[in-house]
Design a protein around this ligand. Structure first.
Ligand code: SPQ
Length: 428
């Protein structure tokens, strides 16, 4: 596809956005709906390509799923209702789909082959394959199960105690899905807390799960019951407009319906520490996942160091935080973020290389990056490299760049935010 030209430099961004559904919660609502008994109705579902891949995989596994606009209806027949698919399961670009699905399929007594796009083909799968093999699943794949295609023959699983070697909600969730089907109690211990949507959703579907500090316990053999889920807006999507509102002069943006689960709000802490003006109004009636409205205004920002336990709470926001840091005074240092190397792209390299093309003063380190702020950016030919979050970060950069910015592979944005450009244009 030809690069798209972005050259609007508005004097301000003003308006209100209703943020589309959270990607992580949308995936999980379909997965749990598919393995529960009875009907699950999901509203404000994210109709992004990744979540549509999850729907398509479960349809191939024999689950009746209908969707129209942002409403999804899943007719679950329990775990035993899943049937051996006649075709390969294609997860597209979605790491969440392949890793969580592997946990579900590990306990099913049939064979499946899972593939994805070229980015998925480079992402490590041993992090889920190893613990699932220990529980009893037979899984193979390229390079002894490190890469797709993965081939899974599930069956009776044993419970286990598993210390996660990396802070990953996907690995935690895969083991919990397997634990739901294993004999006995499975315990997962996290090195650092990661997003807890799986744990919350198990409770929402009537399941039993115990969280004691960093230890999570789940009993096998549970039956889940279909329910109603209203998906909050995705704070990872809202993050692009939080940053845009801070760095474009004379701006005020209202972001409605944003998920404010504390395991995801690291971006709010960073904005606060850097000196941004963001007002938060929680919706007190929401108990399943915290939700609220945010108002962001143009702010004068200072560089900070971002490291340690906050990293999993903002891991997907680091590309847009890097752009924010180019406009802050002083230096921002991001550490402890090795995990960025195994996302849709190596996000340390893509962020640094693409922002450098715009004139940013930024350097890569082994576990993050160092950004010297206060740099005016200039338009150039840049590339998302097929990574939705890099594409959106560069599109927000275009709004403050002098001159035209040409963005290659902009279509990747539809993975998590199909209405992104419509929303951006509505603020100008
Ligand atoms: O699903 P995918 O492709 O892995 O998506 C990303 C993203 O930027 O949207 C990561 F590239 O989000 C992950 C996130 O980084 C979604 C996720 C989840 O829903 O459980 C957890 C995080 O990944 P991980 O590897 O830290 O567990």
């Amino acid at each position: 596809m030809e690069p798209i030209k972005l050259n609007a430099t508005p004097t301000s961004l003003q308006g209100e956005l209703f943020i589309p559904g959270d990607k992580s919660i949308s995936h999980r609502s379909v997965m749990f709906g598919a393995i529960a008994n009875g009907r699950t109705t999901v509203t404000n579902f994210l109709m992004g390509e990744d979540c549509l891949s999850t729907i398509s995989c479960f349809q191939k596994l024999g689950v009746t799923i209908e969707h129209k606009d942002e409403k999804v209806i899943i007719e679950g027949n329990g775990l035993d209702g899943l049937v051996e698919p006649k075709d390969i399961l294609d997860v597209g670009n979605s790491g969440t789909t392949i890793r969580l699905l592997s946990g579900i399929l590990s306990g099913r007594d049939f064979h499946c082959t899972l593939i994805g796009d070229s980015s998925i083909g480079k992402r490590p799968m041993t992090r889920v394959v190893n613990p699932l093999r220990t529980m009893g699943a037979r899984i193979d794949g390229r390079n002894n199960g490190e890469f797709t295609p993965l081939s899974i023959r599930g069956g009776q699983l044993n419970s286990m105690s598993y210390q996660l070697p990396v802070a990953s909600a996907q690995v935690k969730s895969a083991v919990l899905f397997a634990g739901l089907q294993a004999e006995g109690t499975t315990t997962v211990t996290e090195p650092v807390a990661t997003r807890d949507h799986t744990e919350r959703m198990i409770k929402r579907f009537g399941g039993d799960i115990t969280v004691e500090g960093k230890e999570i316990h789940i009993n096998g053999g549970q039956t889940l019951t279909g329910t109603e889920i209203h998906v909050p807006g995705d704070i990872s999507s809202a993050a692009f407009f939080l940053v845009a509102g801070c760095i474009v002069p004379n701006s005020e943006i209202v972001l409605k319906n944003v998920g404010l689960n504390p395991t995801r709000t690291g971006i709010m802490d960073v904005l606060n520490m850097m000196g941004a003006t963001v007002a938060v109004k929680f919706d007190e009636s929401e108990v399943f996942e915290p939700v609220g409205d945010l108002v962001v205004k143009t702010s004068s920002l200072s560089g900070i160091t971002i490291e340690g336990d906050i990293i999993p709470r903002l891991i997907d926001e680091i590309p847009i935080i890097a752009l924010l840091a180019t406009q802050a005074s002083g230096t921002t240092v991001i550490k402890d973020a090795h995990e960025l190397k195994v996302k849709e792209t190596n996000r340390i390299d893509t962020v640094v290389n693409e922002l450098k093309k715009l004139g940013a003063d930024i350097e890569a380190t082994d576990d993050g990056m160092i950004i010297h702020g206060g740099t005016p950016l200039k338009g150039a030919l840049v590339n998302s490299h097929g990574d939705h979050r890099i594409g959106m970060m560069l599109a927000i950069a275009s709004v403050i760049c002098e001159g035209e910015l040409f963005l290659e592979n902009a279509e990747a944005i539809s993975v998590s935010y199909p209405s992104f450009f419509e929303h951006l244009n509505s603020l100008m």
